[in-house]
Design a protein. Structure first.
Length: 305
């Protein structure tokens, strides 16, 4: 039962992210829309093999419970934070992650999905992401430096194991859009920016503990187990925006354990109890966020049959 194709491979040049809410009683429309997307994907893969199309369809907890009798263990909705900084959480039913080396192909796939939905869907967010230079965020720092690079390591960081039974090869997903305050950010010196992030800007080398602030971004998002080993997640984040308007990062992470993300968010937003928060939040603001579950291809086919 292979994982959906977007999860394990390295990020593409282009992606479309959509967060959706469906009207009550519209399961038939949802299943038809997923079928339309998968059919379009198969056709476009044959027509444009160089596009390297990858797709992922995930579900919010409430929507999943309408579609299937069982749920993976330890699945829960994202909870809003109200610590030193506020973090919203939204109620969403479906999340699409479409990636390709061609932006037009990403558009064609989400268009096929939306055309099949009819008037039963509300789009909560649609974001077009792109790889920026050498995998940098618009702040100028390389994003996802700690991401595992080998396929087996990426799968281990993202996918539920055989112990999860029918949910094996699935993954929990966090999707969250951040809006950067670019003018304020660019007013900071390079040295100040590096201490805020916790890495050097040109080459993304982690600052030594002696000089890296305890409230730097890196210090707050590294989560370790009881033995001190870092717990990995698989990031697929991409920047988005217009040169003349809103700019930011679409944060998306895959994991078999939502507890890692919960701990990370508590550390960032000042709800962990240690009196600290992520200094980078002075320069970026989350505007939404939700947890989803992305089943394996086999289980997805069973659900929409």
């Amino acid at each position: 039962m292979p994982a959906q194709s977007v999860i394990v491979p390295l990020a593409s040049q282009h992606a479309r992210f959509m967060t959706l809410r469906f009207a009550s009683g519209s399961n038939a429309h949802l299943k038809a829309a997923i079928g339309a997307l998968l059919d379009a994907c198969e056709a476009l893969r044959q027509q444009y093999p160089q596009a390297n199309i990858k797709t992922g369809i995930a579900f919010g907890l409430a929507q999943w419970q309408q579609l299937y009798a069982h749920s993976p263990e330890h699945w829960h909705d994202l909870q809003a934070r109200a610590g030193d900084f506020a973090m919203p959480a939204i109620a969403a039913d479906v999340f699409l992650h479409i990636a390709s080396e061609q932006a037009d192909v990403c558009f064609a796939l989400v268009q096929a999905f939306m055309q099949a939905c009819g008037d039963v869907v509300t789009v909560l967010n649609e974001t077009t992401g792109f790889r920026y230079l050498d995998s940098r965020d618009l702040t100028g720092f390389i994003d996802g430096t700690e991401n595992p690079q080998q396929a087996d390591e990426r799968a281990q960081a993202a996918l539920l194991t055989e112990d999860a039974g029918e949910f094996a090869e699935g993954s929990f997903v966090m999707a969250q859009r951040y809006v950067h305050h670019m003018k304020t950010w660019h007013e900071q010196s390079i040295d100040s920016q590096e201490k805020i992030i916790g890495r050097t800007k040109p080459d993304s080398i982690e600052l030594d503990d002696a000089v890296r602030p305890a409230n730097s971004h890196i210090s707050r998002v590294i989560i370790e187990d009881d033995t001190g080993e870092e717990l990995a997640i698989l990031r697929h984040s991409l920047p988005y925006g217009n040169a003349s308007g809103e700019q930011g990062l679409y944060f998306i992470a895959y994991t078999p354990d939502l507890g890692i993300l919960d701990a990370m968010l508590d550390n960032m937003f000042g709800t962990s109890g240690d009196g600290l928060h992520d200094q980078f939040l002075h320069y970026t603001t989350p505007v939404d966020g939700a947890y989803f579950f992305m089943p394996s291809e086999q289980l997805l086919a069973k659900i929409i049959a």
